[in-house]
Write a protein that binds this ligand. Structure first.
Ligand code: AMP
Length: 271
């Protein structure tokens, strides 16, 4: 990569935790379309998992992941060990304020600090010109974008659309934890988001009404333990009372022990 960079080639980084799927592939392909060299990082980052979360059971099909990277245009895979990424105990952390408080920040204390710190490390090691993230993790994308701006990081953050299964479920490495009934039930999340999107498109601006309707759809699956349904400003991630401009409708919930998140972005200014 050093030589490529010296020769004026652009480097794109796709940070992942592995267990690659079509969502990751869309990022790799987007990177390959815009960059001369594409690096995929595969690192199950311990510092973004809380106690009792799925760090130990997180799937790690490394050989298959490397094959997927090669097939879809990656030039290199960076798969460091935890000891390489965190030599000794880290005393330096990157924290983005405010944006990390709502949504997933409420239920996953320390999660975003782990994400921003590892991304800053990955950026420092790989030195990408562009880094690619998925809209699926909307809050993560907003937080990373803000980190890059606030710390004058010399790279562009590119956010790519959420890739979904044919029935609407957002593709996720964690979907493989779902039993067949749960897999079926999980589709309610996107149906609920779509309901909210339809209301917004139809001109409904009262956030609490929209949220009530979304919750109504989600209640059809009693097994889903809803963590939050939030309507926030797409940039500040602050909850809104009235829909205006670009808004993010986001849901998180649990089916059994599997935590699922999804969101839709609605731009009410778009014609
Ligand atoms: P992960 O391996 O889950 O940490 O995800 C790595 C990157 O892939 C993140 O930027 C995610 O937002 C992105 N990603 C995960 N699932 C999807 C999806 N279904 N569509 C688009 N991007 C995704």
């Amino acid at each position: 990569m050093k030589q490529a960079r010296a020769a004026g080639k652009t480097v794109g980084l796709v940070p992942t935790m592995g267990a690659l799927h079509v969502g990751h592939v869309s990022l790799i392909e987007a990177a390959a379309a815009r960059c001369d060299r594409v690096v995929v990082s595969i690192f199950v980052n311990p510092t973004q998992f809380g106690p009792g979360e799925d760090f130990d059971k997180y799937p790690r099909p490394f050989e298959n992941d490397v094959a997927i990277c090669a097939k879809h245009g990656a030039h290199a895979v960076f798969a460091p060990s935890a000891a390489e990424m965190y030599r000794g105990k880290n005393l330096t952390w990157v924290t983005v304020e405010k944006l990390t408080e709502p949504l997933c920040g409420r239920n996953r204390p320390g999660h975003f600090r782990g994400v921003t710190t590892v991304c800053a490390k990955l950026f420092n090691v790989v030195l990408p010109d562009l880094a690619f993230f998925g809209q699926k993790d909307a809050q993560q994308a907003a937080v990373i974008r803000r980190m890059a701006v606030d710390l004058n990081m010399p790279l562009e953050i590119v956010v790519c659309p959420t890739v979904r299964e044919p029935d609407g479920l957002a593709v996720s490495s964690r979907n493989q934890y779902l039993g067949s009934q749960e897999r079926e039930e999980a589709t309610v999340i996107y149906r609920a988001l779509q309901k909210g999107g339809e209301l917004i498109h139809a001109g409904q601006t009262d956030a609490s009404r929209i949220i009530d309707e979304v919750c109504g759809v989600l209640r059809r699956v009693p097994a889903l333990q809803v963590e939050y349904v939030s309507l926030v400003d797409a940039e500040s991630l602050q909850e809104i009372e009235q829909v205006r401009g670009k808004v993010l409708l986001a849901v998180a919930g649990r089916l059994g022990s599997t935590r699922l998140i999804d969101n839709i972005l609605v731009d009410t200014t778009a014609k």
